[in-house]
Design a protein around this ligand. Structure first.
Ligand code: ASP
Length: 352
């Protein structure tokens, strides 16, 4: 098999019967959406080349019988697709389903299995829009269950251990990988194939080991019940695009984006730098109503307002410390309440 195949399929929900019968252990619902954790290679040495999104969520769970001693698990298949395919409709579908499940008083927590490519975007979207203090843990794997030293079973087992634990309440959406618990706000995928792919710039919130989470930090920015956005009320998201900067970037691209998007996250070089020939096209687009957000393509650090560019003069916004792909999620949400108020949009980047 030459490369991973990740095709989008029609959503279906299965196996929700008998979900809430017992209360001897916490009741956890596992929602499957595909990804490598649902992948299969032709041989155990296929750690990076395999078919992704082929195993049903029931099959993935049946590989870890140990998990049933932690919780009463019920599974449903919401999607079966590589997460690189996920767009705003997928985000809304996932968010609304997780929200619905959380509203059931007999449910103690939700696990979302998800491809790792865009796990950080979906998790951040949930972190900002779910209105519940119950644990929501998003989990994937870097190697399919069929590969040598796959992280699939342990990651999922750890996710369940995190979801059932009282100390996970009120921490927002969590991403569990490689025995670490990350805040959805901070985590990003930083490697294309290694198990230790997930990093948070300020460190993980804690570890999970031997079936128990150990927290050492808490998220400091507002999330879930402290945000103004409820997934239940969101029917559509504004169009926001990302432009990746390089010296030969042509201004035509900005014009094309400005023609049908409401926001543009500019992944500038270094501290959100913008090449001289791009400044005027971006200013022109701003005057016509496009929200321009300066980010950095470096992968970490803060973009300083009025640093590399006079943002006050140009009416631009800066991301604070968010990478472009997560800034896009936040801008889409911030625009729901403040479509034209740039000061409010900027404030969102310092609050969430
Ligand atoms: N392409 C896969 C996905 O994001 C990769 C993975 O799950 O690790 O769905």
């Amino acid at each position: 098999m030459s490369r991973a195949t990740c095709d989008a399929r029609l959503p279906s929900i299965t196996n929700s019967s008998n979900r809430y019968r017992m209360k001897d252990k916490p009741n956890i619902v596992v929602v499957g959406t595909g990804g490598t954790i649902a992948g299969r290679g032709t041989s155990a040495v296929d750690t990076s080349a395999y078919a992704c999104s082929v195993l049903a969520i029931d099959e993935i769970l049946s590989a870890i019988p140990e998990a049933s001693s932690l919780a009463n698990l019920s599974a449903e298949q919401l999607l079966q697709s590589g997460s690189e395919n996920f767009n705003e409709q997928h985000l809304l579908m996932i968010g609304k389903r997780v929200s619905e499940v959380l509203k059931d008083d007999t449910v103690d927590g939700v696990i979302l299995t998800h491809g790792t490519d865009t796990i950080e975007e979906t998790a951040y979207f949930l972190h900002l829009t779910l209105k519940s203090v119950k644990p929501v843990v998003v989990v994937g794997s870097m190697r399919p269950p069929s590969a040598m030293s796959s992280d699939a079973s342990l990651n999922l087992y750890d996710a369940i251990a995190v979801a059932i634990h009282p100390s996970s309440h009120g921490k927002g959406t969590l991403v569990v990988a490689n025995e670490e618990i990350h805040s959805a706000r901070d985590v990003t995928k930083t490697n294309s194939f290694k198990l230790e792919a997930f990093r948070s710039p300020y460190g993980a919130l804690g570890y999970v080991t031997q079936g128990k989470p150990r927290y050492y930090r808490t998220p400091s920015r507002d999330h879930t019940v402290s945000t103004p956005w409820s997934i239940d009320d969101i029917e559509a998201l504004p169009k926001v695009d990302v432009v990746y900067a390089y010296g030969a970037l042509e201004s035509e691209l900005v014009r094309a984006i400005a023609a049908d998007a409401s926001g543009l996250v500019f992944a500038g070089t270094g501290n959100g730098n913008i090449a001289e020939h791009m400044v005027e096209p971006l200013r022109e687009a701003t005057r016509r109503g496009l929200h321009v957000v300066r980010a950095s393509r470096t992968g970490s650090g803060v973009v300083i307002r009025n640093g590399a560019q006079p943002d006050d003069d140009y009416d631009w916004i800066v991301v604070d410390d968010q990478p472009p792909q997560k800034a896009r999620i936040l801008l889409m949400l911030a625009m729901l309440g403040n479509p034209d108020e740039r000061r409010a949009l900027q404030a969102a980047f310092y609050r969430f």
